[in-house]
Ligand binder design. Structure first.
Ligand code: FES
Length: 177
C-alpha cells in the first residue's frame, strides 16, 4: 500500500494550524483530526506521517491517540455512531435503545452491522444531557432525543451517504432566547 501523504493544500492547512500554537507539539490534536478526516482512521503509517509532519516522536503521537476515544486507530465500519448510555441518557431510554440496536441491527461483538456500514459504540456523556438519549455521528453531528423511528431515518440518510441535517435544540429556559 502506498505511503500516506498530505497534499500541498493540507500541508498549508497544517502550517496554519501550527501558527495558532506556541509549539508544533501543541498542534497535534487538530492535525490528528485532520488526518482522521482524510484517511478515515489513524493507522500506524498515518501516525508516522503526522509525527514526521510535526517533527514529533512517534511515541508522543501514539500516546495522544491511545488516550482519546475520538481518535480511531482502526475503523471497523463505514459510519461510526456513538450512543450515550451515561447516567441521564441511560435512564431516559438510552439503555433500552442500546439493547434494541444490538439485536435489531444484528451487531457483531465489535458493534458492527453485518453489511459493515454501521459501527456502533456506547459513549460517555456527550454534554447534551437535557435532550436524552443522544447519538453522535462520526464525532461531529449530534442527534437528540433519539427514538427507534428517528434512528431509522438517520441510518437511511447515512445509507445514501448523507449526514443528517444539523439539529438545533431550543433552550429550555425562555429567558435564554
Ligand atoms: S448523559 Fe448523555 S449527554 Fe449527558
Amino acid at each position: 500500500m502506498a505511503k500516506p501523504t498530505f497534499s500541498p493544500e493540507e500541508q498549508a492547512q497544517i502550517e496554519a494550524i501550527c501558527q495558532r500554537y506556541p509549539t508544533r507539539q501543541s498542534a497535534v490534536m487538530p492535525v490528528l483530526w485532520l488526518a482522521q478526516e482524510k484517511f478515515g482512521e489513524l493507522s500506524p503509517p498515518v501516525l508516522e506521517l503526522v509525527a514526521e509532519t510535526l517533527g514529533l516522536p512517534l511515541a508522543h503521537v501514539t500516546g495522544v491517540v491511545s488516550f482519546y476515544t475520538m481518535y480511531l486507530p482502526q475503523r471497523k465500519g463505514k459510519w461510526l455512531l456513538e450512543l450515550c448510555t451515561c447516567f441521564t441518557c441511560g435512564e431516559c431510554g438510552g439503555r433500552e435503545l442500546w439493547a434494541y440496536i444490538q439485536t435489531h441491527l444484528e451487531l457483531n461483538a465489535e458493534g458492527v452491522t453485518p453489511d459493515g456500514l454501521f459501527w456502533f459504540r456506547e459513549a460517555e456523556c456527550l454534554g447534551a444531557c437535557d435532550t436524552p438519549p443522544v447519538l453522535q455521528i462520526e464525532g461531529r453531528r449530534m442527534v437528540f432525543s433519539l427514538t427507534p423511528e428517528k434512528l431509522e431515518k438517520v441510518l437511511e440518510s447515512l445509507r445514501q451517504g448523507v449526514l443528517p441535517p444539523f439539529e438545533s435544540v431550543p433552550p429550555r429556559n425562555p429567558e435564554w432566547t
